[in-house]
Design a protein. Structure first.
Length: 348
Protein backbone atom coordinates (compact mmCIF):
# COMPACT_ATOMS: atom_id res chain seq x y z
CA UNK A 1 0.00 0.00 0.00
CA UNK A 2 1.26 3.47 -0.81
CA UNK A 3 -0.54 6.73 -1.26
CA UNK A 4 2.32 8.23 -3.24
CA UNK A 5 5.58 7.21 -4.83
CA UNK A 6 7.94 6.16 -2.08
CA UNK A 7 11.09 8.12 -1.39
CA UNK A 8 14.60 6.69 -1.50
CA UNK A 9 16.41 6.15 1.79
CA UNK A 10 20.09 6.21 2.73
CA UNK A 11 21.26 2.64 2.07
CA UNK A 12 24.13 2.97 4.54
CA UNK A 13 21.68 3.99 7.26
CA UNK A 14 19.07 1.36 6.37
CA UNK A 15 21.23 -1.67 5.61
CA UNK A 16 24.97 -0.93 6.08
CA UNK A 17 26.52 -3.33 3.51
CA UNK A 18 29.80 -3.59 5.45
CA UNK A 19 27.92 -5.15 8.39
CA UNK A 20 25.37 -7.09 6.32
CA UNK A 21 27.97 -8.85 4.14
CA UNK A 22 29.76 -10.74 6.92
CA UNK A 23 26.43 -11.83 8.40
CA UNK A 24 25.33 -13.21 5.02
CA UNK A 25 28.64 -15.04 4.55
CA UNK A 26 28.11 -16.70 7.92
CA UNK A 27 24.45 -17.66 7.45
CA UNK A 28 23.99 -18.30 3.70
CA UNK A 29 25.81 -21.12 1.94
CA UNK A 30 28.36 -20.18 -0.73
CA UNK A 31 27.87 -16.44 -0.13
CA UNK A 32 30.52 -13.73 -0.17
CA UNK A 33 31.01 -11.19 2.61
CA UNK A 34 31.19 -8.35 0.07
CA UNK A 35 27.74 -7.22 -1.08
CA UNK A 36 26.16 -4.44 -3.08
CA UNK A 37 22.80 -3.12 -1.85
CA UNK A 38 20.25 -1.06 -3.78
CA UNK A 39 16.75 -0.02 -2.80
CA UNK A 40 14.11 -1.46 -5.09
CA UNK A 41 10.93 -0.43 -3.28
CA UNK A 42 9.71 1.03 -0.03
CA UNK A 43 9.95 4.24 1.92
CA UNK A 44 6.51 4.50 3.51
CA UNK A 45 6.10 0.92 4.71
CA UNK A 46 8.60 -1.93 5.02
CA UNK A 47 11.74 -1.24 3.02
CA UNK A 48 12.87 -3.58 0.26
CA UNK A 49 16.40 -3.90 -1.14
CA UNK A 50 18.25 -5.95 -3.72
CA UNK A 51 21.40 -7.54 -2.33
CA UNK A 52 24.07 -9.04 -4.62
CA UNK A 53 27.45 -10.62 -3.90
CA UNK A 54 28.55 -11.20 -7.51
CA UNK A 55 27.25 -14.78 -7.56
CA UNK A 56 23.81 -14.48 -5.99
CA UNK A 57 20.95 -12.00 -5.85
CA UNK A 58 18.52 -11.75 -2.96
CA UNK A 59 15.78 -9.47 -1.69
CA UNK A 60 16.06 -8.05 1.84
CA UNK A 61 13.10 -6.66 3.78
CA UNK A 62 13.35 -4.52 6.90
CA UNK A 63 11.07 -2.11 8.81
CA UNK A 64 10.92 1.61 7.98
CA UNK A 65 13.47 3.91 9.54
CA UNK A 66 11.00 6.12 11.40
CA UNK A 67 7.78 5.89 13.41
CA UNK A 68 7.51 2.12 13.68
CA UNK A 69 4.27 1.22 15.47
CA UNK A 70 4.06 -1.65 17.90
CA UNK A 71 2.78 -4.89 16.27
CA UNK A 72 3.59 -3.52 12.80
CA UNK A 73 6.51 -4.38 10.51
CA UNK A 74 7.22 -7.80 12.04
CA UNK A 75 9.91 -9.38 9.86
CA UNK A 76 9.64 -12.75 11.56
CA UNK A 77 5.97 -13.01 10.68
CA UNK A 78 6.59 -12.22 7.02
CA UNK A 79 9.33 -14.85 6.86
CA UNK A 80 7.28 -17.43 8.74
CA UNK A 81 4.13 -17.26 6.63
CA UNK A 82 6.02 -17.39 3.34
CA UNK A 83 8.11 -20.33 4.55
CA UNK A 84 4.92 -22.17 5.49
CA UNK A 85 3.35 -21.51 2.09
CA UNK A 86 6.32 -22.63 -0.02
CA UNK A 87 4.93 -26.14 -0.56
CA UNK A 88 1.32 -25.09 -1.15
CA UNK A 89 -0.32 -23.84 -4.31
CA UNK A 90 0.20 -20.24 -3.23
CA UNK A 91 3.16 -18.74 -5.15
CA UNK A 92 5.75 -17.14 -2.85
CA UNK A 93 9.45 -16.35 -3.07
CA UNK A 94 11.74 -18.98 -1.55
CA UNK A 95 13.01 -17.87 1.86
CA UNK A 96 16.76 -17.63 2.45
CA UNK A 97 17.44 -16.36 5.98
CA UNK A 98 15.98 -14.32 8.83
CA UNK A 99 17.75 -12.19 11.46
CA UNK A 100 16.33 -10.71 14.66
CA UNK A 101 19.68 -9.36 15.87
CA UNK A 102 19.32 -5.59 15.51
CA UNK A 103 23.07 -5.06 15.86
CA UNK A 104 23.59 -6.25 12.28
CA UNK A 105 21.77 -3.48 10.38
CA UNK A 106 19.86 -1.73 13.15
CA UNK A 107 16.60 -3.66 12.74
CA UNK A 108 15.31 -7.21 12.20
CA UNK A 109 15.30 -8.33 8.57
CA UNK A 110 14.86 -11.35 6.35
CA UNK A 111 16.11 -12.39 2.93
CA UNK A 112 14.47 -14.29 0.10
CA UNK A 113 15.23 -15.18 -3.48
CA UNK A 114 15.27 -12.39 -6.04
CA UNK A 115 12.60 -12.88 -8.71
CA UNK A 116 12.53 -11.17 -12.08
CA UNK A 117 8.86 -10.57 -12.79
CA UNK A 118 6.33 -7.81 -13.43
CA UNK A 119 4.23 -5.99 -10.87
CA UNK A 120 1.07 -4.60 -12.47
CA UNK A 121 1.07 -1.40 -10.45
CA UNK A 122 0.10 1.06 -13.19
CA UNK A 123 -1.02 1.30 -16.81
CA UNK A 124 2.54 1.22 -18.16
CA UNK A 125 3.12 -2.17 -16.57
CA UNK A 126 0.09 -3.61 -18.36
CA UNK A 127 0.56 -1.80 -21.68
CA UNK A 128 1.65 -4.96 -23.49
CA UNK A 129 -1.29 -7.11 -22.37
CA UNK A 130 -4.07 -8.01 -24.76
CA UNK A 131 -7.66 -7.75 -23.52
CA UNK A 132 -7.76 -11.52 -23.04
CA UNK A 133 -4.55 -11.39 -21.03
CA UNK A 134 -5.85 -8.53 -18.91
CA UNK A 135 -8.94 -10.52 -18.03
CA UNK A 136 -6.92 -13.68 -17.35
CA UNK A 137 -4.45 -11.79 -15.13
CA UNK A 138 -7.36 -10.33 -13.14
CA UNK A 139 -8.94 -13.73 -12.63
CA UNK A 140 -5.55 -15.14 -11.62
CA UNK A 141 -5.37 -12.45 -8.93
CA UNK A 142 -8.72 -13.61 -7.54
CA UNK A 143 -8.01 -17.32 -7.91
CA UNK A 144 -4.69 -17.11 -6.05
CA UNK A 145 -6.44 -15.28 -3.23
CA UNK A 146 -9.07 -18.02 -3.05
CA UNK A 147 -6.27 -20.59 -3.03
CA UNK A 148 -4.59 -18.82 -0.10
CA UNK A 149 -7.84 -18.83 1.84
CA UNK A 150 -8.26 -22.57 1.23
CA UNK A 151 -4.89 -23.49 2.78
CA UNK A 152 -5.22 -25.59 5.93
CA UNK A 153 -3.23 -23.32 8.24
CA UNK A 154 -2.93 -26.00 10.91
CA UNK A 155 -1.47 -28.47 8.42
CA UNK A 156 1.24 -26.02 7.26
CA UNK A 157 2.31 -25.16 10.79
CA UNK A 158 0.53 -21.83 11.18
CA UNK A 159 -1.95 -22.87 13.85
CA UNK A 160 -0.45 -20.33 16.24
CA UNK A 161 0.05 -17.59 13.65
CA UNK A 162 -2.90 -15.58 14.94
CA UNK A 163 -6.08 -15.65 17.01
CA UNK A 164 -8.83 -15.97 14.42
CA UNK A 165 -11.74 -15.92 16.89
CA UNK A 166 -12.85 -12.33 17.42
CA UNK A 167 -10.58 -11.15 14.59
CA UNK A 168 -12.90 -8.50 13.16
CA UNK A 169 -13.63 -6.85 16.50
CA UNK A 170 -9.92 -6.73 17.30
CA UNK A 171 -9.13 -5.35 13.86
CA UNK A 172 -11.51 -2.41 14.19
CA UNK A 173 -10.10 -1.67 17.65
CA UNK A 174 -6.51 -2.13 16.50
CA UNK A 175 -6.77 0.28 13.61
CA UNK A 176 -8.43 2.86 15.81
CA UNK A 177 -5.48 2.52 18.20
CA UNK A 178 -3.08 2.90 15.28
CA UNK A 179 -4.99 6.02 14.27
CA UNK A 180 -4.54 7.51 17.72
CA UNK A 181 -0.80 6.87 17.53
CA UNK A 182 -0.40 8.17 13.98
CA UNK A 183 -2.75 11.13 13.62
CA UNK A 184 -1.24 14.55 13.06
CA UNK A 185 -4.58 16.37 12.94
CA UNK A 186 -7.95 15.76 14.53
CA UNK A 187 -10.34 13.99 12.15
CA UNK A 188 -13.58 13.05 13.98
CA UNK A 189 -14.94 11.27 10.90
CA UNK A 190 -12.41 8.46 11.44
CA UNK A 191 -13.68 7.92 14.99
CA UNK A 192 -17.27 7.89 13.76
CA UNK A 193 -16.50 5.26 11.11
CA UNK A 194 -14.90 3.06 13.78
CA UNK A 195 -18.02 3.34 15.97
CA UNK A 196 -20.25 2.43 13.03
CA UNK A 197 -18.13 -0.59 12.13
CA UNK A 198 -18.21 -1.80 15.73
CA UNK A 199 -22.01 -1.70 15.66
CA UNK A 200 -22.28 -3.84 12.51
CA UNK A 201 -19.65 -6.54 12.92
CA UNK A 202 -20.70 -9.62 10.89
CA UNK A 203 -20.91 -12.99 12.59
CA UNK A 204 -17.78 -15.10 12.20
CA UNK A 205 -18.28 -18.02 9.83
CA UNK A 206 -14.85 -18.85 8.44
CA UNK A 207 -11.17 -18.44 9.35
CA UNK A 208 -8.16 -18.57 7.04
CA UNK A 209 -4.70 -17.15 6.39
CA UNK A 210 -5.25 -13.46 5.65
CA UNK A 211 -2.74 -11.50 3.57
CA UNK A 212 -3.92 -8.11 4.80
CA UNK A 213 -3.11 -5.91 1.78
CA UNK A 214 -3.86 -7.99 -1.30
CA UNK A 215 -3.87 -6.26 -4.69
CA UNK A 216 -2.11 -6.12 -8.05
CA UNK A 217 0.54 -3.96 -6.36
CA UNK A 218 1.53 -6.81 -4.04
CA UNK A 219 1.79 -9.57 -6.60
CA UNK A 220 4.45 -10.32 -9.21
CA UNK A 221 3.55 -11.90 -12.55
CA UNK A 222 5.76 -14.10 -14.71
CA UNK A 223 7.52 -12.44 -17.64
CA UNK A 224 7.21 -15.57 -19.77
CA UNK A 225 3.51 -15.97 -18.92
CA UNK A 226 2.01 -12.59 -17.98
CA UNK A 227 -1.30 -14.09 -16.86
CA UNK A 228 0.20 -16.14 -14.02
CA UNK A 229 1.43 -14.91 -10.64
CA UNK A 230 5.05 -15.72 -9.84
CA UNK A 231 4.84 -14.64 -6.19
CA UNK A 232 2.57 -12.88 -3.73
CA UNK A 233 4.56 -10.13 -2.01
CA UNK A 234 4.47 -7.93 1.11
CA UNK A 235 3.14 -10.17 3.88
CA UNK A 236 3.66 -7.64 6.67
CA UNK A 237 -0.03 -7.63 7.68
CA UNK A 238 -0.65 -11.37 7.37
CA UNK A 239 -2.37 -13.31 10.15
CA UNK A 240 -5.25 -15.71 10.75
CA UNK A 241 -8.70 -14.19 10.52
CA UNK A 242 -11.71 -13.48 8.36
CA UNK A 243 -10.73 -14.03 4.71
CA UNK A 244 -13.38 -11.60 3.48
CA UNK A 245 -11.22 -8.76 4.78
CA UNK A 246 -8.83 -9.59 1.91
CA UNK A 247 -11.72 -9.65 -0.55
CA UNK A 248 -12.99 -6.29 0.67
CA UNK A 249 -9.50 -4.83 0.27
CA UNK A 250 -9.15 -6.15 -3.26
CA UNK A 251 -12.58 -4.76 -4.11
CA UNK A 252 -11.92 -1.22 -2.88
CA UNK A 253 -8.55 -1.03 -4.64
CA UNK A 254 -10.56 -1.69 -7.82
CA UNK A 255 -12.85 1.32 -7.29
CA UNK A 256 -12.68 5.00 -6.34
CA UNK A 257 -10.62 4.24 -3.26
CA UNK A 258 -7.79 2.96 -5.41
CA UNK A 259 -7.92 6.04 -7.60
CA UNK A 260 -7.58 8.26 -4.52
CA UNK A 261 -4.73 6.20 -3.13
CA UNK A 262 -2.75 6.50 -6.36
CA UNK A 263 -3.88 9.92 -7.53
CA UNK A 264 -0.28 11.21 -7.55
CA UNK A 265 0.86 8.28 -9.66
CA UNK A 266 -0.01 6.91 -13.07
CA UNK A 267 -3.46 5.31 -13.37
CA UNK A 268 -3.90 1.85 -11.90
CA UNK A 269 -3.26 -1.28 -13.91
CA UNK A 270 -6.88 -2.39 -14.16
CA UNK A 271 -7.79 0.88 -15.94
CA UNK A 272 -5.52 -0.04 -18.82
CA UNK A 273 -7.90 -1.73 -21.25
CA UNK A 274 -11.32 -3.26 -21.63
CA UNK A 275 -10.03 -6.69 -20.70
CA UNK A 276 -9.96 -5.87 -17.00
CA UNK A 277 -13.37 -6.73 -15.53
CA UNK A 278 -15.38 -4.56 -13.18
CA UNK A 279 -15.37 -5.15 -9.45
CA UNK A 280 -18.66 -7.07 -9.43
CA UNK A 281 -17.21 -9.57 -11.91
CA UNK A 282 -14.17 -10.04 -9.68
CA UNK A 283 -16.36 -10.63 -6.63
CA UNK A 284 -18.48 -13.14 -8.55
CA UNK A 285 -15.29 -14.96 -9.57
CA UNK A 286 -14.15 -15.19 -5.94
CA UNK A 287 -17.55 -16.45 -4.81
CA UNK A 288 -17.60 -19.11 -7.53
CA UNK A 289 -14.01 -20.22 -6.88
CA UNK A 290 -14.14 -20.23 -3.08
CA UNK A 291 -17.80 -20.99 -2.41
CA UNK A 292 -17.88 -18.03 0.00
CA UNK A 293 -21.04 -16.10 0.82
CA UNK A 294 -20.49 -12.42 -0.07
CA UNK A 295 -23.84 -11.14 1.18
CA UNK A 296 -22.12 -8.77 3.63
CA UNK A 297 -19.26 -7.69 1.40
CA UNK A 298 -20.22 -4.01 1.79
CA UNK A 299 -19.10 -4.14 5.44
CA UNK A 300 -15.71 -5.45 4.34
CA UNK A 301 -15.41 -2.74 1.71
CA UNK A 302 -16.11 -0.11 4.36
CA UNK A 303 -13.60 -1.65 6.76
CA UNK A 304 -10.92 -1.81 4.04
CA UNK A 305 -11.43 1.87 3.21
CA UNK A 306 -11.17 2.80 6.90
CA UNK A 307 -8.03 0.67 7.28
CA UNK A 308 -6.37 2.27 4.25
CA UNK A 309 -7.08 5.72 5.69
CA UNK A 310 -5.29 4.79 8.90
CA UNK A 311 -2.36 3.16 7.07
CA UNK A 312 -1.96 6.23 4.87
CA UNK A 313 -1.93 8.41 7.97
CA UNK A 314 0.95 6.34 9.30
CA UNK A 315 2.85 7.23 6.14
CA UNK A 316 2.09 10.92 6.69
CA UNK A 317 3.36 10.70 10.25
CA UNK A 318 6.66 9.17 9.17
CA UNK A 319 7.44 12.03 6.77
CA UNK A 320 5.87 15.00 8.58
CA UNK A 321 9.17 16.44 9.83
CA UNK A 322 11.43 15.99 6.81
CA UNK A 323 8.79 16.36 4.05
CA UNK A 324 5.85 18.39 5.41
CA UNK A 325 4.41 19.09 1.96
CA UNK A 326 4.15 15.39 1.22
CA UNK A 327 2.68 14.76 4.67
CA UNK A 328 -0.01 17.36 3.99
CA UNK A 329 -0.90 15.73 0.66
CA UNK A 330 -1.17 12.31 2.26
CA UNK A 331 -3.31 13.70 5.09
CA UNK A 332 -5.67 15.12 2.46
CA UNK A 333 -5.87 11.61 0.97
CA UNK A 334 -6.68 10.29 4.44
CA UNK A 335 -9.55 12.76 4.76
CA UNK A 336 -11.02 11.70 1.41
CA UNK A 337 -10.78 8.02 2.31
CA UNK A 338 -12.42 8.66 5.67
CA UNK A 339 -15.33 10.43 3.99
CA UNK A 340 -15.76 7.51 1.60
CA UNK A 341 -15.76 5.08 4.51
CA UNK A 342 -18.38 7.24 6.24
CA UNK A 343 -20.57 7.07 3.14
CA UNK A 344 -20.12 3.29 2.92
CA UNK A 345 -21.30 2.94 6.53
CA UNK A 346 -24.38 5.09 6.13
CA UNK A 347 -27.20 3.51 8.07
CA UNK A 348 -24.91 1.52 10.37
Amino acid sequence: MAAEQTNPVDVEEAVAPERLGPWIAEHVADASSSVDVTQIAGGSSNLTFKVADGKHEWVLRRPPLRHVLATAHDMGREHRVQSALEDTGVPVAAQVAVCDDESVIGAPFYMMEYLDGTVYDDVDATAGLTEDQGRAASFELVDVLARLHSVDFEAVGLGGFGRPAGYLARQVARWQTQWEKSKTVEMPVVDEVARRLERRLPAETRHAIVHGDYSFNNTMYRRDDPTHIQAVLDWEMSTLGDPLTDVGMLAVYWTEVGEIMWRNRKPQAHRANAGFPDVDTLLARYAATSGADLAQIDFYRAFATYKLAVIAQGGARRVEHHDPERAARVTDTVAQLAELALELTKGY
